[in-house]
Design a protein around this ligand. Structure first.
Ligand code: MCN
Length: 795
């Protein structure tokens, strides 16, 4: 079934309330911390108080004798017994040599490299006993100078070396595009606009901190790991193949209800491995519930780029070439997908919505004494969009054009469109989303509103951002050629029960995205059965055949497509059974709205009758058809999906206090076919708030000398709340994705990608009369006030 037919089915585009919400709203959700196993004890991790130090000795003698202590493990206990945590994406330097991949031990061996690094795991009967024992461990550290900022790393300041394998702390140098060609265009350009910017570091703060329970069964030599995770099969694969050297079938990973992840729960973390391994050593189930302060210290952080960008234009503001240099902070160790974020997921998005014919980008990636940095909602794409959309608005101001006008002059209008940075966009209508956004945002009334603000002594500004993003990284063979060490397909299994109800087993993982509803809508629409008759199972390697999990807004477009493929197989087989029952040829049987009919006759039978016959097959030729109606399919997409849109933000700035108030925010997105508009709106709302959070207040700060995390709690790290924002005005345009059977494009990250530059452009527009030209996120009152006083500010 193709996308246009699919979009017309019942339930598609219906704002059904979420099936899973009954469980969540009545406190019946089953999160990892709700799981308690027989013979369970508790783990606490002793973490490094230093950013960089040699471990001279660890004395656990007194701690081991403390009440309730079951076991204490440090680096020496695991050294040689397991591999290090792997990195899933290989990046090569321009000369073809591979990136530096220093060891990433599960528990520190010889050295600690960031505040929060794992020094020892203490296991005791209760959490309190484990905490007391952890305090009694004596660690003799020789404190070393710390390297913290990416700017210092790039300057090779301080003579600090984190890893012997990377003496100058550089993980890789990477480039995309033809530098000589781009330089030649710049040499002849009528105008060049330049911009230095910082994409501030963020701490992902899912509502549920990380939790895991390792357990082991001596009876059959099997391990089970319960873990708050977004991709349990990948976690199992990495843990067994790279770290523990166990046969995969001996480990079951269960990720039950998960309270948000935003990317931070797709990685293989040290705690998960240590708990699984130690469960066998101690023959106990071991639970670890991360605390919020640990999440700040040791969950992989996001962003942290320092960039210089230049756009070459002709005299009319047509983009001729883009040149970018980015220094990316990878933190102390390579986290699972970290190396792909500032390269493949970033540079390939730098064409944006524009016809810029030449693009050259180079990226230097650095190790520093900070927590590992990896994918966080958007992963590389918010960084690309922030850079490009800030630069485009600055181009507009320098060329004396409107922010809308310069975008419209440069929009891509013909599809498919091959960008100079590897991607091929299949569809889009960028003028349509710009025009719709302008109308919805009532841009025509902006001048009046500005006057009204000025009359109150306030400044008012408007900011645009026309983003595009790439979701559902694909196809596997191309991603593999670009360094991916895992496939990027998805798997779906559908079990049709004899009574015609259905259970779907998907490799996607829902941790807030509502898959139990939208995936059920897809299946109910195709089979013509009630949505209530479809249950969706995910997050368990023991029940779901395989899966790559949820990230990169891939689930409906890749996981949903796998389900569609399995449904195709079911329909083909069911038609054969129906043909037999109706004494017709297979070719004459049609299936629609839950009924099989024979072309040109009034013969019909419902789906339920065919399902029953598949399991009570007295009445069909068993030599030609097996009993049962279950099917499994793997779907490997042929391209990314490319959601895009235009966001317009209007702010009021208080000149005296620097406070920025978001007065209006308008978002028009193109997600292709929409399965459930209410869920999509929720995703966009959440994404915008996360993006505006980065732009307005969130900022992860380390002390540049000591490497201590200064923003280690909600006292110092501000999070956005509902009352910080007006109601957003949302709408959509629709150019269905051309290469997946649903026509869908991902929606889960769009808001976080498109919104930060819209806000900062609005702030700059407001501050322009005061001569402020440079400003970087976050637009907190103090920083805006400083900018007003000094004329510019950067972190
Ligand atoms: N959908 C739809 N029609 C479309 C596109 C999507 O109805 N055209 C629906 C989907 O069926 C799904 C939801 O919208 O129910 C999101 O779908 P999709 O865009 O495929 O994204 P994923 O399900 O793959 O979710 C991942 C994405 C990412 S990458 C991050 S980060 C993120 C996000 O989703 N993390 C989240 N949204 C989150 N929402 C919550 N509550 N918690 C998180 O951790």
């Amino acid at each position: 079934m193709g996308a246009p037919d699919f979009a017309k089915l019942p339930h598609i585009g219906e704002a059904l309330k979420r099936k899973e919400d009954y469980r969540f709203l009545t406190g019946a959700g089953q999160y990892t911390d709700d799981v308690n196993l027989a013979n369970q004890c508790h783990a606490v991790f002793l973490r490094s108080p230093h950013a960089h130090a040699a471990i001279k000795s660890i004395d656990t003698a007194a701690a081991s004798k403390m009440p309730g202590v079951v076991g204490i493990f440090s680096g020496k206990d695991i050294d040689g017994k397991m591999g290090g945590l792997p990195c899933g994406w290989l990046i090569n330097n321009p000369d073809g040599t591979p990136m530096k991949e220093p060891p990433h031990p599960v528990l520190a061996i010889g050295k600690v490299r960031y505040v929060g690094d794992h020094v020892a795991m203490v296991v005791a009967d209760t959490v309190e006993q484990a905490k007391n024992a952890a305090e009694a461990i004596e660690v003799d550290y020789e404190v070393l100078p710390a390297l913290v900022s990416v700017a210092d790393a790039a300057k090779k300041a301080g003579g600090v070396t984190l890893h012997d394998a990377a003496p100058d702390n550089q993980c890789y140098k990477w480039a995309l595009g033809d530098k000589a060609q781009v330089d030649a265009v710049f040499a002849k350009a009528a105008h060049v606009t330049k911009l230095d910017l910082v994409n501030n570091r963020l701490v992902p703060n899912a509502m549920e901190p990380r939790v895991a329970i390792g357990s082991y069964s001596r009876a059959n030599d099997e391990y089970t790991l319960y873990v708050a995770n977004q991709n349990p099969h990948v976690e199992r694969l990495l843990m067994t193949a790279f770290v523990l050297g166990l046969p995969e079938h001996k480990v079951r990973v269960i990720a039950p209800d998960v309270g948000g992840g935003f990317g931070s729960k797709i990685f293989l973390y040290a705690e998960d491995v240590a708990l699984t391994w130690a469960a066998k050593q101690l023959n106990r189930s071991i639970k670890w519930t991360g605390e919020r302060s640990e999440a700040f210290l040791s969950d992989a952080h996001g962003r942290d780029h320092v960039s210089h960008a230049e756009m070459a234009m002709d005299k009319d503001g047509k983009f001729l070439a883009l040149r970018v240099h980015t220094d990316a902070n990878l933190g102390a160790y390579l986290s699972t997908f970290s190396t792909a974020v500032p390269t493949i997921l970033y540079a390939t998005l730098l064409a944006g919505q524009y016809t810029t014919p030449q693009i050259y980008v180079e990226v230097d990636a650095w190790f520093t004494n900070t927590a590992p940095v990896d994918a966080y909602r958007g992963a590389g794409r918010p960084e690309a969009t922030y850079l490009l959309e800030r630069l485009v608005s600055r181009c507009a101001w320098e060329m004396g054009l409107g922010q809308d006008e310069i975008r419209k002059r440069n929009f891509i209008t013909e599809f498919p469109y091959q960008t100079p940075v590897a991607l091929q966009y299949d569809t889009g209508d960028f003028h349509a989303s710009m025009d719709k956004a302008k109308a919805l945002a009532e841009v025509a009334g902006f001048a009046e509103r500005k006057k009204a603000s000025e009359a109150k002594g306030q400044l008012r500004g408007i900011g645009y951002s026309s983003y595009i993003e790439a979701c559902g990284i694909a196809p596997s063979n191309i991603a593999g050629a670009l360094g991916a060490r895992a496939g990027l397909f998805e798997c779906g299994e559908i079990r049709v029960h004899p009574t015609g109800s259905v259970t779907v087993f998907t490799g996607s993982h829902s941790h807030g995205q509502g898959h139990e509803t939208t995936f059920a809508q897809v299946v109910a629409a195709r089979l013509g059965i009630p949505v209530e008759n479809v249950d969706v199972v995910h997050g368990d390697t023991g029940r779901v055949p395989f899966g790559m999990g949820t990230y990169g807004s891939r689930s409906i477009s890749v996981g949903g497509a796998a389900i569609m493929k399995a449904l195709d197989k079911i329909e083909t087989k069911a038609k054969k059974i129906a043909a037999h029952l109706m004494e017709a040829s297979d070719a004459d049987v049609e299936f629609a709205n839950g009924e099989f009919t024979v072309k040109g006759t009034d013969k019909k039978i419902p789906f339920g009758q065919v399902a029953l016959t598949a399991y009570v097959p007295h009445n069909y030729p068993l030599d030609k058809l097996e009993p049962g109606l279950d099917e499994t399919a793997f779907y490997d997409p042929t391209n990314f999906t490319f959601p895009g849109g235009t966001y317009i933000c209007e702010v009021e700035v208080d000149k005296d206090t620097g406070e920025v108030r978001v007065d209006r925010f308008t978002a028009v997105d193109d997600f292709g076919t929409i399965i459930n508009p209410m869920i999509v709106e929720g995703q966009v709302h959440g994404g915008i708030v996360q993006g505006l959070g980065q732009a307005l207040m969130e900022n992860c700060v380390y002390d540049n000398e000591s490497g201590q995390l200064l923003t280690g709690s909600f006292m110092d790290y501000a999070m956005p709340r509902a009352d910080d924002f007006p109601m957003f005005k949302l709408d959509t345009t629709c150019t269905p994705c051309t290469h997946n059977p649903l026509g869908t494009k991902g929606c889960g990250e769009a808001g976080a990608i498109g919104s930060p530059p819209a806000l900062i452009n609005a702030v700059l527009d407001a501050l322009a009369p005061l001569g402020v030209k440079d400003f970087d996120m976050p637009a907190s009152p103090h920083r805006v006030w400083e900018a007003i006083r000094k004329g510019s500010v950067s972190p």
